[in-house]
Ligand binder design. Structure first.
Ligand SMILES: [Zn+2]
Length: 244
């Protein structure tokens, strides 16, 4: 009898705003969920001020209404991808690095004990909320590893941190070293993207990007069957027992 393959540990995506996880990592999340992994999305804000252009064009819009719509959209998108979602609602543009925010992210990391964390790249001169989210995640990961932090929960191991692709990668120094084949789940990502109506102008852009990354995946030795991919850049080295 074949030994059942162990399902790898949980995947945590930390998204500065309510839709970032959909555009930049929706395929990775759907792929992980389709293989039985627990997938959790932590949205620090709803992107209510800075990333809800479509809603602010509507008459008599209010901040509370924008948040409500973004919560509803992001929750539906996460469900399509097979992920749980949690919102901290700490306010965007600008995101502010409070002690409470650091503590909340640390608590989520401790509770979930992820095998891998996906988040924004370290540098983004267009979007300091994104760069700050990267720093918050790395700091929270460090604290979550500390043996002396919060005796009511257990220290985590050493989850890889994968930076997902920013909107303008060259200006962010983003150099991918993982092209993830998301061909099998691209229909899920496309459906999730269409749900994010407040930023509908991005759907075509991120569909084209996935196609280009898919072509590059094949050129880098991937299967010829790959039609769509997402790019990631690791923060930490991978560990192995073979040269490859
Ligand atoms: Zn964002």
């Amino acid at each position: 009898m074949a030994t059942p393959t162990a399902v790898p540990g949980p995947v945590l995506a930390v998204s500065a705003h309510a839709a970032d996880f959909v555009w930049r990592a929706g395929g990775a999340l759907a792929l992980s969920a389709s293989r039985g992994r627990q997938v959790h999305v932590l949205c620090l804000t709803f992107g209510e001020k800075g990333e809800s252009q479509g809603l602010w064009r509507q008459p008599e819009m209010t901040l509370d209404r924008v948040k409500e719509v973004r919560r509803e959209e992001a929750s539906r998108a996460a469900k399509v991808l097979g992920a749980d979602v949690e919102f901290l609602d700490v306010g965007d543009y600008p995101l502010r690095p409070t002690d409470a925010l650091y503590d909340s992210v640390t608590a989520t990391i401790r509770r979930l004990n992820p095998a891998v964390i996906l988040t924004h790249p370290r540098v983004d001169p267009y979007n300091f909320d994104h760069a700050l989210t990267h720093e918050i995640v790395l700091r929270a990961r460090m604290v979550a590893q500390a043996a002396g932090h919060d005796p009511t929960s257990r220290p985590i191991g050493a989850p890889q941190v994968l930076q997902f692709e920013p909107h303008q990668p060259e200006q962010c120094g983003f150099v991918p070293n993982l092209l993830l084949d998301i061909t099998a789940v691209f229909d899920r990502k496309a459906e999730a993207m269409r749900i994010m109506g407040a930023q509908s102008h991005l759907v075509a852009y991120y569909t084209d990007l996935a196609t280009r990354r898919g072509v590059q995946a094949v050129r880098n030795g991937g299967s010829r069957s790959i039609t769509h991919a997402e790019a990631f850049q690791r923060v930490f080295p991978t560990v192995g027992g073979e040269l490859r």
